[in-house]
Design a protein around this ligand. Structure first.
Ligand SMILES: C[S@@+](CC[C@H](N)C(=O)[O-])C[C@H]1O[C@@H](n2cnc3c(N)ncnc32)[C@H](O)[C@@H]1O
Length: 288
């Protein structure tokens, strides 16, 4: 593909390089850093980090993972600036493009997987538009780590025939979701960015027909040393979510009754959940 000059670049946004003359174009790697534990980083992600000139990362990427990059590698945290505000997405797009056009190999390191609620598609599009080569390295998304850590499968024969990942982020007051579809039984609904809207999500699901006694698991800081899990029900979800401080997932569905908790003081609605346990635990252990 012919390389095009970047369009609409904001002057003054990027101050890099300048020492090499006529350098070749660099490339961008959109890399999934996984949910936090460095053990869950892929080899491809590790190799990309080792070969990077600069790492542009989010706030959710752990220091342990950033430290895997050689010390010569420049780090740019786009989540923490002097103003404490995250750099706007358009500026991030322009930043990675400009760094690559300046001849640097850019690792754009994102929590989890870059294409799952990670805005990786926008960054890929910006690179394509600028004629910058862009590679995507998948990462372990938070839901997979949360499910594995809790011992609660996202699909489970007889109790979860499907799994749906949704965002609970509400741009205009309420998440724009198909509540009727999500309220059907026999499926797991995983909500990213849903802690602040947990009450509303539970209400909408129950109004659309999902039983209030449906197990609901909250996993905070999945895969990290401070991971916490709270097993509750749809009815207890809003109250349980109030204690959450870090990044967390809401996971709703019958199979979540298999979850093992690690935070007894925060346990909510345990008696309702225990009703589900014999039914789910007695099913075939074969997951699909
Ligand atoms: C912008 S999304 C990024 C998701 C990421 N791309 C992924 O695949 O996991 C941020 C949300 O992901 C979830 N999340 C990310 N890391 C997490 C973790 N370690 N434990 C629990 N939830 C996490 C939270 O819901 C958080 O609000």
């Amino acid at each position: 593909m012919a390389r095009q000059p970047a369009r609409n670049r904001k002057p003054g946004l990027v101050v890099v390089g300048g020492t090499r003359v006529n350098r070749a174009l660099g490339e961008v790697w959109l890399v999934g850093a996984g949910p936090g534990d460095p053990d869950l980083l892929t080899f491809r992600a590790f190799n990309a980090l080792r070969a990077a000139d600069v790492v542009v990362h989010d706030g959710l990427v752990s220091e342990e993972i950033l430290d895997l990059a050689p010390s010569r590698v420049r780090r740019i945290n786009v989540a923490k600036r002097k103003s404490r505000h995250t750099l706007p997405q358009d500026d991030i797009n322009q930043l990675i493009v400009a760094l690559a056009l300046d001849g640097l190999n850019v690792v754009r390191l994102k929590g989890g997987d870059p294409f799952l609620f990670g805005r990786g598609g926008e960054e890929l599009a910006a690179c394509r538009e600028a004629g910058v080569e862009c590679h995507v390295v998948p990462g372990v998304t938070a839901a997979l780590a949360a499910s594995a850590g809790a011992g609660a499968p996202l699909t489970h024969r007889g109790s979860a025939q499907a799994v749906t990942f949704v965002t609970g982020h509400a741009a205009k007051g309420e998440p724009d979701l198909d509540w009727t579809a999500l309220a059907r039984p026999n499926q797991t609904v995983v909500v990213y960015m849903g802690v602040s809207t947990a009450g509303l999500i539970a209400e909408r699901l129950m109004a659309a027909g999902r039983a209030g006694s449906t197990p609901a698991l909250i996993v905070e800081n999945a895969s990290r040393a401070d991971e916490r899990r709270v097993l509750t029900t749809l009815t207890g979800l809003a109250e349980a979510a109030q204690a959450v401080k870090g990044p967390a997932l809401l996971m709703v569905g019958e199979a979540m009754a298999m979850a093992q908790q690690n935070s007894a003081p925060l346990r909510q609605g345990a008696s309702e959940v225990s009703e589900w346990l014999p039914a789910v635990a007695g099913m075939s252990g074969v997951t699909e």
